[in-house]
Design a protein around this ligand. Sequence first.
Ligand code: AMP
Ligand code: MG
Length: 334
Amino acid sequence: MKRIFLLLLGLLLLSGCQPQKHDSQTFAMDTIMQFTAYGPKGQQALAHASARVQELDQLFSVTRSTSEIYAVNHAQGEPVALSEDTARLLAQSLELCSQTGGALDITAYPAVRAWGFTTGDYQVPSADELSALAAQIDYTQVELTENQVRLPDGMELDFGAVAKGYTGEVLAQELRELGVESAILTLGGNVQTIGSRPGGDPWRIGVQDPEGDGYLMVLSLVDQAAVTSGGYQRFFDADGERYWHIMDPASAAPARSGLTSVTIVGDSGTQCDGLSTALFVLGWEDAAGFWREHQGFDAVLVDEDGRIAITAGLEDRYVLGPGYEDRTVEVIRP
Ligand code: AMP
Ligand code: MG
């Protein structure tokens, strides 16, 4: 009898030690988002997260006619007042556009649309059309004063390359403020972690093989974001060619840098998201050069020959995935 009592007591204590797990799923920004939070504050925090995501989607959507970005894109050269979130993301994005020498350019939207990536009605624009589109992509023409923006008529903004990273970063901050110490937010190819796993181990994030279904490697993360941009994520095939959704602003055509995926790991989700897109456009050598010059983040590069490189900060934070144990990983050093 006493033994059964002790056993029950043990079980009770054990389950008491295990923080409660809360899950939620929401659809926003064209993505199924999956949130998991542990602990007593989890449920309430996830309800907040879902509402907040919908709010940000409503601001940033480029297609929804009621969004703030839609209003900016249809203002015909007139200034538009911005919400705090839009002003903040716009300022951070313009900074990343400038840092990456325009490899990231949030005014690439007319090109994205001309290829059909906004509707799924895919087409290959003519060479003339592409040079006209390329001539119009130019983030330096965006005039942002504190909370007001003005675009030249015909220019259109698109937060597609940064919105999910920003959203993950904002959610992480707000969930921490709501008392969450352990959570993982998956927003498509964007993963944002809060703290570590219950028990203290780091979160483990898989880097997808751009050519297959498996995970090339698994990264350890605590309190950071990991964001992947890859040509395999959205594309169409025509006349034996593959065309993807990441544009080279210089040509208004899908970026062919030789890279097939770029994963960025860092403290700021917005920076990770912007840089994953930009470094994909820049290609292997320039991406490595950008990291050497700026640091403050880490990267995994994969190219079309299956070469894999990581920056030095990830050296002790990765293992090769199941089935990929024999792959060589180059290390990019400062
Ligand atoms: P991501 O998946 O984060 O790499 O972002 C790709 C999305 O950002 C595309 O679907 C476009 O909406 C937009 N985009 C494509 N190319 C660029 C670019 N070079 N700079 C900024 N945004 C881009
Ligand atoms: Mg991005």
